[in-house]
Design a protein around this ligand. Structure first.
Ligand SMILES: Nc1nc2c(ncn2[C@@H]2O[C@H](COP(=O)(O)OP(=O)(O)OP(=O)(O)O)[C@@H](O)[C@H]2O)c(=O)[nH]1
Ligand SMILES: [Mg+2]
Length: 240
């Protein structure tokens, strides 16, 4: 039997914003710019949320799904499809209030070693020096789990996480897992992600959309706690 709360001693339930607001906001996403190198990225005074992860993990697809757009970010079966840092502006025209960044993936075996190393350095530099970086969404195929490169990335952002940078491990392609596998993947990732959020997500089945949209909305709209980063890290090497 349920009782309606009648006394003032009952704590008010925290109100969550309506996911529709977050989805509407994400749907405003439009292409802003593309940068083949870090130095081509414009300095922005807007919270930036970066989508990072292994090649083929589903970064571009998740951006398209979250923004309810078919071809905003380039997704492809061929790993290595995203080659530059692509920025997408969010917020009504004239009132841009945040930016999504789609980054090239790492760890794709067929990429020559030199190019791999170069990209890993660019990536590390981006994560350490991008002043307006508010949150990192690390996409991970739960059938592979977090790889050494993913863990190296988590290490790189750890000092900024301690200073308020938000991060989410997004377990993509959840449609490929049964319930038991999904629960197991979630528990393992929670242990590995120490301190970050972890969610299951399927672009195909549109699973996990409300929660992720709300997280991104919250992160983009809350008062920043991240102080500006230290100077350029130079030669940070994420190679195993
Ligand atoms: N079944 C399933 N497939 C997905 C899902 N998300 C992405 N994919 C597929 O995974 C492949 C890679 O997706 P992308 O979004 O291009 O991956 P990416 O991480 O951007 O890859 P790079 O740009 O190479 O780093 C594509 O064939 C997608 O259709 C999902 O939720 N479920
Ligand atoms: Mg991509």
């Amino acid at each position: 039997m349920t009782h309606a709360p009648t006394t003032s001693s009952v704590a008010p339930r925290p109100t969550r914003p309506d996911p529709k607001i977050a989805h509407g906001w994400l749907h405003t996403a439009r292409f802003l710019t593309t940068a083949p190198q870090l130095e081509h990225l414009p300095a922005l005074d807007l919270p930036e949320i970066a989508f990072v992860g292994r090649s083929n993990a589903g970064k571009s697809t998740s951006i398209n799904t979250l923004t309810q757009q078919k071809r905003l970010a380039f997704a492809s079966k061929t790993p290595g499809r995203t080659q530059s840092i692509n920025l997408f502006a969010l917020g009504k025209q004239g009132t841009t209030d945040a930016v999504l960044a789609d980054l090239p993936g790492y760890g794709y075996a067929a990429v020559p070693k030199e190019a791999k190393l170069r990209w890993q350095r660019v990536m590390a530099n981006y994560l350490v020096t991008r002043e307006n970086l508010r949150a990192v969404v690390l996409l991970c195929d739960p059938r592979l789990g977090l790889t050494e490169l993913d863990e190296a990335l988590l290490e790189i952002i750890r000092p900024r996480v301690e200073d308020g940078l938000k991060f989410l491990v997004l377990l993509t392609k959840a449609d490929k897992l049964n319930r038991a596998e999904a629960n197991k993947a979630l528990s393992i990732a929670k242990l590995q992600a120490g301190g970050g959020e972890v969610r299951l997500f399927s672009a195909l089945k549109k699973h996990g959309l409300d929660e992720v949209a709300l997280l991104l909305w919250d992160w983009a709209h809350e008062a920043p706690t991240t102080p500006p980063p230290a100077d350029d890290v130079g030669d940070v090497d994420t190679q195993r």
